[in-house]
Write a protein that binds this ligand. Sequence first.
Ligand code: PSU
Ligand code: MN
Length: 306
Amino acid sequence: MNPPLKFAPAVRAALDSGRPVVALESTIITHGMPYPQNLEMARKVEDTIRQAGAEPATIAVMSGHIHIGLTDDELERLAQTPQDQAMKVSRADMPVCLAQGRTGATTVAATMIGAHLAGIRVFATGGIGGVHRGAETSFDISADLYELAQTPVTVVCAGAKAILDLPKTWETLETLGVPVIAYGQDDLPAFWSRQSGLPAPLRMDSAADIAAAADMRAALGLPGGQLVANPISQADEIPLDEITPVVEQALADADAQGITAKAVTPFLLQRIFELTGGRSLESNIALVLNNARLAAEIAAEMARQP
Ligand code: PSU
Ligand code: MN
């Protein structure tokens, strides 16, 4: 039995002719942003990748198939699906979602799985999941981290969200042998903010170096991918000292309302959106576009090599 992949024609054509392709996730659409901004973001990010000379492949589960690239109709339908009707699909859920013919939005972990099955080596997102604050009692650690350790896809993000325990997140990735590469600066970025105050374990300044490191990892026979942390632009950032109290407030609200498990990240993002009067969403969209541009450059470098 072959994996049930369904390619958009443009993605199939790009892959067949060795042109650069960038994968995109769909949980950010269903669970990360409100409608209609989520749809606008999804379209803009695809356009940005095309303008940079690569083909976008938004990945989602629909009617028994992993879709590698969505039509505009499918994108719109997904963007309009209420959170409680779209399954948030990670590694554990993917086979179940497919077998039951349900609609599922793929997280970073599940998108990496789909991308790898499709032969796509680069993926752009906003932020990855990580070690949640209080994980020492809740054990809430995202499957995204373990996926990075086993699936060979280079993931471009803007760091991990400040809603997480950032030091524990980076420590876990180190333990798992995942290269965490800050792009163009010494510090790790923290999603809405350029600086986290935490030094990056690795730094790279060019897409060519990032592509070469991915090839070298494959040559060494090492499983797993790479995580590139690309800082948001100065014009779009919310500095750490401004976002920190907002994050604290959102975390306190989540705690008071007893929010747990898969609901935590979507709840916090929505609450921070409310508390910042929408500014967090503007930053979020800007950083995704920024990551899409870098991912397209990396995909182009990878496509240069046979
Ligand atoms: N970052 C965002 N918005 C999101 C997510 C991350 O800016 O919606 C999603 C990603 O799909 C990521 C997931 O894989 O949240 C992590 O969820 P969890 O913490 O439940 O593993
Ligand atoms: Mn979790």
